[in-house]
Design a protein around this ligand. Sequence first.
Ligand code: ZN
Ligand code: ZN
Length: 352
Amino acid sequence: MRRALELLMNKLPSHSAALVSAPHHLRYLTGYPSGESWLLVTCEKAYFLTDSRYIEMAQRTVEGAECRCIVKLTDELGKLVRQHGITAVYVEETQTTAAERARLSAALPLAEGELDAWLSAMRLIKTEEELRKIEQAQALTEAGFEHILSYIREGVTEREVALELEFYIRRQGAQRMAFDTIVVSGANGSLPHGIPSDKPIHRGEFITMDFGAVVDGYHSDMTRTVALGTVNDEQRMVYDTVLRAQQASMAVLRAGLPCVEGDAAARRVIEAAGYGAFFGHGTGHGVGLEIHEAPRLSPHAGEALLEVGHVVTVEPGIYLPGNCGVRIENMVVITENGCRSLTNTPTDLLCL
Ligand code: ZN
Ligand code: ZN
């Protein structure tokens, strides 16, 4: 049985159960790599419930739970709940739609609870094995970046660059891309999450690429802004400011630091350079089984502190509408006295 499943079982109050269905949680608790299934965890035993399309995969991959091929979910759940004398079932409140909740509550004694918060807190600190998978995903991401540098030339479109990047990374062994690849150039660079378009890339433009791979369910996330040809003084100033902001944040990250401080260190540099109004998003986010997870390096992170084993991105940016944009993103793992970058690609401005 996986340690995470054991921890959840120990956490449950007696006569209660947890009902889990989010694919990343199924993977985290049992190793099951797909979706459309349910895991009922009681204090004594766990049951993995799926239908005929997935039962064989479940039997091959699920650790620590009895696999059952079911026809009607609520019938099976009702039976198990009665058999174990369960009086409260916790569900993942952010993953469960109102319609699903209504359907389940007709058959089960649903409880108001914190299942998402428990699981999210358990997933904050990465094990060595989890770190290895994130690093494998990051290695594929960086191989993709190396490859794309020789592909970018005057006239290729943002969409062509994104496709080439994705094809290369998938062919190298990524399970899938971590999210929709972002490739934006020139004036499109001011769209932090712009969609790659048919716009050709011209000399003198920045190209911002934000992308990542998935290996065994674990994500990577990297952004680099490169230039085609030479850039003007303003572009250089924007790039240098973002780079200094990123370095300032990475320099202060360590266990015990308030997450708001990780954000403030980068934000101060950007504000001091006069670009404060053009940096709208948080400085970073956790990465793991989800591409965006806790903790957040953000002005809104409240009291949250960094701990050894957290994995976060550090990705300040400056976006000048109708002009250009720059973002530089590394992933780091928090250590006792600092942080270790999981991203090895240099951050100096590359002019292709
Ligand atoms: Zn990113
Ligand atoms: Zn990110």
